[in-house]
Ligand binder design. Sequence first.
Ligand SMILES: Nc1ncnc2c1ncn2[C@@H]1O[C@H](COP(=O)(O)OP(=O)(O)O)[C@@H](O)[C@H]1O
Ligand SMILES: O=C(CO)[C@@H](O)[C@@H](O)COP(=O)(O)O
Length: 557
Amino acid sequence: MTDKPQYVIGVDYGSDSVRSVIVNAADGKELATSVFYYPRWQKQQYCDAANNQFRQHPLDYVEGLESTIKACIAKAGAEVASQIKAIAVDTTGSTPVAVNKAGVPLALLPEFEHHPAAMFVLWKDHTSVKEAAEINEHATKFDINYLQYVGGIYSSEWFWAKLLHILRTDEIVRNNIYSWVEHCDWIPFLLTGGTDADQIMRGRCSSGHKGLWAAEFGGLPPDEFFSSLDPLLKGFTERLYKETYTSDVPAGNLSPEWAERLGLSTDVLVGVGAFDAHMGAVGGQIEPYHLSKVMGTSTCDILVAPNRDMEGKLVKGICGQVDGSVIPGMAGLEAGQSAFGDTYAWFKNLLAWPIQNLLNDSAVVDVQTAEALKEEMIGKIIPELSKAAAALPLDEKAELATDWFNGRRTPDANQLLKGTITGLGLGSDAPRVFRALAEATCFGARSIVERFRSEGVPVEGIIGIGGVAKKSPYIMQMMADVLQMPIRIHQFEHTCALGAAMFAATVAGIYPKVEDAMEAMGGGFDVEYFPEAANTEFYNKRYAQYNTLGKFTETTV
Ligand SMILES: Nc1ncnc2c1ncn2[C@@H]1O[C@H](COP(=O)(O)OP(=O)(O)O)[C@@H](O)[C@H]1O
Ligand SMILES: O=C(CO)[C@@H](O)[C@@H](O)COP(=O)(O)O
């Protein structure tokens, strides 16, 4: 290292907001952070929740990028800005968009600026359930199992199902699309001033977990695989990619335009992007066979294992196992739950209906007071319910739920499944129903751990990161009890952004490997939840009940 301190920027795009951090590359100490909530998304413009349509406008991302990095630089000062060496970015996924030949998302063209199909199709958009089912059926007709590295089941949350759905249902995109790009691959392309969609550097993480790319196939499945499914897909593999890149390599330098916009030098390197949970696992100091759980809106569970241990081992029903998707040179395995915090948010919104809809017409309070009351009350619902639920005695006959409020991601993706609540009686008050939902999300987590183990992949520790891990001791204690394992919560608030910063430091050559960056820049854990031995038997029984309810629920779709 040189004498002068060196700094890096990590950018983490979540479902609702983007955050950037500037950290010292020597020790990972945070100098500045800034969060930006997507304005169009907040108004749910371009979404149709009843039909599972969730689209995000590229301007939400572009404005957020500029705003957060500039805010960080303003806080950190010009001296720090002059020593920034690299930027790396993670995003949600699979969150792809249609681009033209110049790599511009169609919604950035004035003629399509309000057209939802021309925007990013957020990971939780499940409009392509039918197309995913067709891909699964179609894959059985080939000698090579092209789904073997994605757990054997293709999901409607992913790249090809979404592309096919948009092509089939939207003439404008059909006539104007050149290529299809993940959010995490597009941001580095934007920052490096890319002008040709053929030159977009595609990350190993996005391509391997969602795009069906595998070194063993020599790249993507052949055109024949896609064009025989639907001629609309003909020619796409040619315009997509053959090579993929791990996130320890640069995608290029900051373009003159973005250098000027951000107040940085064109010497700043931009890393190849990856998904939030994958960089988050690095930020949270993952170790082989430890499960890193990003617990937020959804969960995304990441495990890394030495490649040699995974030879000949294919884990069924997860979101893929990909060489180098997390740590270059190791296999990255991904699983997760489509609705985690979103399950609690659903219940909060249900309870908040009268507050949201009736308070403004109140004869008792004026509109200003009503607005203030709304904010206060709604903000308290989940924390207060958690306190009330924690005070309830354990009850084997209590209300019971499944956690499939946004379908099931793993084990065995099935986005058609619904959440269920059973055992309701006249005594089923809000804390009791909330407890059932909390248990369901923890049981969903246990079924993932059990799947890894039954497929011969040990799970030796749990690392908790993300909003719920930080905010809810109630859920975390229950999770430790249900999994019967301690859970360590990483100390860094924006762990995914820290992971991106660790990759940035590696891209800049400050560390030879991301493992070295992780060791030097990781600040460790601040809380650990230990399982209560006295609760083991209770949760074993409840988990068995959850599985029975789950089996019944599966028969109802
Ligand atoms: N005190 C709490 N207890 C449990 N869940 C919470 C609490 N506060 C917020 N949540 C949940 O956290 C989720 C948001 O997680 P967060 O990690 O902040 O965002 P994102 O998933 O967008 O990255 C929401 O779904 C919300 O319901
Ligand atoms: O599925 C993945 C990554 O594969 C995540 O991007 C997705 O769950 C989004 O998570 P968040 O909502 O950002 O917690």
